[in-house]
Design a protein around this ligand. Sequence first.
Ligand code: AOF
Ligand code: ZN
Length: 374
Amino acid sequence: MSKTFSSADEEHMRAALALAEDGLGRVAPNPSVGCIITDRNGVVVGRGATRPGGRPHAETEALAMAGGKAGFGTAYVTLEPCSHHGKTPPCCDALIAAGVARVVIACEDPDPRVNGKGIAALRAAGITVETGLLEEEALELNEGFILKVERGRPLVTLKMATSLDARIATHSGQSKWITGPIAREATHRLRAASDAIMVGVNTVLADDPELTCRIPGMEDRSPLRIIVDSRLRLPLTARVVVGAREVPTWIICAAGGQNRDRMAVIQQQGIELIEIPADNSGLPEIAAVLSELGRRGITRLMVEGGSHLFASLLRADLVDRIVWYRAPVIIGGDGLPVFQPLGVDSLDLAPRFERRHVEAVGEDLVETYYRSQR
Ligand code: AOF
Ligand code: ZN
């Protein structure tokens, strides 16, 4: 099916994608959608994006801004408009009522409540519907939402900052700072675009991180923090514990065998404790952890360390993306490696990634990798 879209169509869809991108990290469990509405003369009269928390939907926002000027116009949406009566009325009905003549959609909504029914409803109302404009970009933007719907787990992005030789600390444990300030700021931006940040307890013990977004003006965009702490070793003095009433914080521990008093004390700090059955090594089973996060509505998970958690995710083939900051410094083989052993016996079994992007950030380099098709 080849469709011809004009350069104006593409420009409007790009604008809609940019609106959607800004919502990443604050709309879960919903997808972040962008919508541009033009009037019958092709003049932009409405812009909208899914609001923080996931509602209202993008189309509602854009139609409200258009205020009656959408008649015979076009709506550009990054995701198929919804057709279900959820927590808000269907966006399809709103577009039909507003009298738009044409709807251009980047990609379909995999949510079984929608999944083609939105497109069908618009067409049944006599609206011209065209799909697939900038589809790849839209699929990439929605990957967290799509994975949650299709596999019941969030998009998993590993973020690491290492030396040139993939070390995260010296043999004495010194790790501050391997990469420079620009790379660190970029990390905070990535945090803002995530629904949750996850680390292993060893990372908290070693670095006592805050795991918040501290870019001036973006402090309210800190995501949920999750610490995998199988035996509840986290000290109550850790920054993530002390600040748990300001920034929501969950601890994931192994189910059963935990000290009940310790659990109660942790919960009293405002922390949500989640018990997950352990695997053979006594750690919460990682696939079950991700399923539980998906069930709780997380679509975009950023994992910031450490080397054990990275290795568990890689071993289970649950890594979708890697954002790797690399500093021009060499620590050597006695330093702490970014990955604990993976037990790779032959190269064809090693998890392989595709490089999508390389960029200089100050003195450092950031490389972005996507898991090859599996
Ligand atoms: C749209 N535009 O901006 C978004 C959509 O719980 P509800 O009622 O908010 O419905 C959530 C579902 O709506 C979600 O799973 C997805 O299918 C769709 N999200 N749809 O038309 C939007 N965010
Ligand atoms: Zn909707």
